[in-house]
Design a protein around this ligand. Structure first.
Ligand code: CUA
Length: 354
C-alpha cells in the first residue's frame, strides 16, 4: 500500500515540477516577452484566449459547486426522487448564445491577425529587404539576393523595418520558429514557398529553433537573428560585400589551413558571395555566436566539429574524418580569423546563462 502511495507521490511531484519548469525559458526564446511586431500580435491572441478560458472555467466551476451543494442527498430524503425537468428554452438559449459570443470575441482578432501576419503588400518596394531562407538538415542558409551576399546560421536584420523572408527547404519539412520577434513558419521542399516577415523593435541577438521534427538532429537545428540599427546593418552589408575569399591570413598555420580548406572543404562550402551550396557559407565565421549553431566558439569545439561532425549532429551531411585532427587544427585557425564584420558583436544576448 505504501509503495503505491509513494509512486503516486512521485508522479504528483513530477507533474508539479513539469508545470513549474514549463514557466522557465530564455528571455530571447520566449513568446511571452515579445520584441517584435508578430510576436506582440500573437501574445495578444494568447492573452485573449486565456482570459476566455479562465472566465469559462470560473463560471462552470461555480455552477458545479452550486449544484453539488444544492442538490446533494439530504438526510431523510434518501428515497425521494426530485422533480424531473425536460427541456428549458431559456437555459438552452443562454448556453448556446454565450459560447457563440465567446467564439466571436476570439475569432475576430484571430482572423484579423492571420491576415495581418500574411500581409505582403510592401514586399518588393524600394528599399524593402527580402531574404531567401533555405532550411537544410540541420542548418539554415540566409541569402540576400539583392545584395549578392549569404550567411548561414546567423541572420542579420535592421530594427524597425519590415524584412520579408521567402522560405524553402532543400530536403525535408523544417519550421522557422523565432518566438520573440515573429511566429513560426514551415519551410517546405519543392515549389511551395512560404513568406513571412520580421519586424524587430529592439537591437539584440534572438534565438530561433527548427520547430518541425526533421531527423535525429532536429533539436540541434538552432539559429540566431541579430537585429542591429539601420546604420549598422548597412555597414554589415558593405563588409559582407567586400569579402575577398582569397585573402591570405596572417599566421602560417592559418595560411596552411586556408590551403587545406580550399582543397577539402570548398566543394561544399563558400566564403563570401551569395552561394547557397551543399554546405553553409562560412563568411564572417570568426564572429559567429556559435559553431554549427550550437557549440561555444572555441578552437577545441571547432576541431571536434570538423573531424567528427556526426558525433555532434547525428545524421548531418558533412563528411566525417576527411581531415586529420592536425589538419583540422590548421583549418580551425583559418576559419576563426575570418572576421569580416564586427557589426553585431556587441549586441546584447539577453538572459544567456553561462
Ligand atoms: Cu529542421 Cu527540425
Amino acid at each position: 500500500m505504501r509503495g503505491w502511495m509513494g509512486k503516486f507521490r512521485s508522479l504528483f511531484l513530477f507533474g508539479a515540477l513539469t508545470l513549474l519548469l514549463a514557466g522557465c525559458g530564455e528571455e530571447n526564446l520566449s513568446a511571452l516577452k515579445p520584441k517584435g511586431y508578430g510576436a506582440e500580435l500573437l501574445l495578444d491572441l494568447m492573452l485573449i484566449s486565456i482570459a476566455i478560458m479562465i472566465f469559462v472555467f470560473i463560471i462552470v466551476m461555480a455552477i458545479y459547486a452550486f449544484v453539488l451543494v444544492r442538490y446533494r442527498e439530504k438526510k431523510g430524503q434518501e428515497h425521494t426522487i426530485p422533480k424531473q425537468t425536460e427541456g428549458n428554452k431559456a437555459l438552452e438559449v443562454i448556453w448556446t448564445v454565450i459560447p457563440i459570443i465567446l467564439l466571436l470575441v476570439l475569432a475576430i482578432p484571430t482572423v484579423q491577425a492571420t491576415f495581418d501576419l500574411a500581409d505582403k503588400s510592401t514586399q518588393g518596394d524600394e528599399g524593402v529587404i527580402t531574404i531567401d531562407v533555405t532550411a537544410n538538415q540541420y542548418w539554415w542558409q540566409f541569402t540576400y539576393a539583392d545584395q549578392e551576399i549569404a550567411t548561414s546560421q546567423e541572420l542579420y536584420i535592421p530594427t524597425g523595418e519590415r524584412v520579408y523572408l521567402n522560405m524553402k527547404s532543400s530536403d525535408v519539412i523544417h519550421s522557422f520558429w523565432l518566438p520573440s520577434i515573429a511566429g513560426k513558419m514551415d519551410t517546405n521542399p519543392g515549389e511551395n514557398m512560404n513568406t513571412m516577415y520580421l519586424e524587430a523593435y529592439e537591437e539584440g541577438v534572438y534565438w530561433g529553433h527548427c520547430a518541425e521534427l526533421c531527423g535525429p538532429s532536429h533539436s540541434l537545428m538552432d539559429f540566431r537573428v541579430i537585429a542591429v540599427s539601420q546604420d549598422e546593418y548597412d555597414q554589415w552589408v558593405e563588409d559582407m560585400k567586400n569579402i575577398d575569399p582569397e585573402a591570405a591570413p596572417e599566421t602560417t598555420t592559418a595560411q596552411e589551413g586556408q590551403q587545406l580548406f580550399n582543397d577539402n572543404c570548398m566543394s561544399c562550402h563558400a566564403i563570401g558571395g551569395a552561394s547557397a551550396g551543399v554546405g553553409p557559407n562560412l563568411a564572417n565565421f570568426g564572429n559567429r555566436e556559435k559553431i554549427a549553431g550550437i557549440l561555444e566558439p572555441t578552437k577545441e569545439n571547432l576541431v571536434d566539429w570538423i573531424v567528427h561532425p556526426d558525433e555532434i549532429k547525428p545524421g548531418n551531411q558533412m563528411p566525417t574524418e576527411i581531415v586529420s585532427e592536425e589538419e583540422a587544427s590548421k583549418i580551425a585557425d583559418y576559419l576563426l580569423q575570418l572576421q569580416h564584420s564586427d557589426v553585431g558583436t556587441d549586441v546584447p544576448t539577453q538572459n544567456e546563462d553561462e
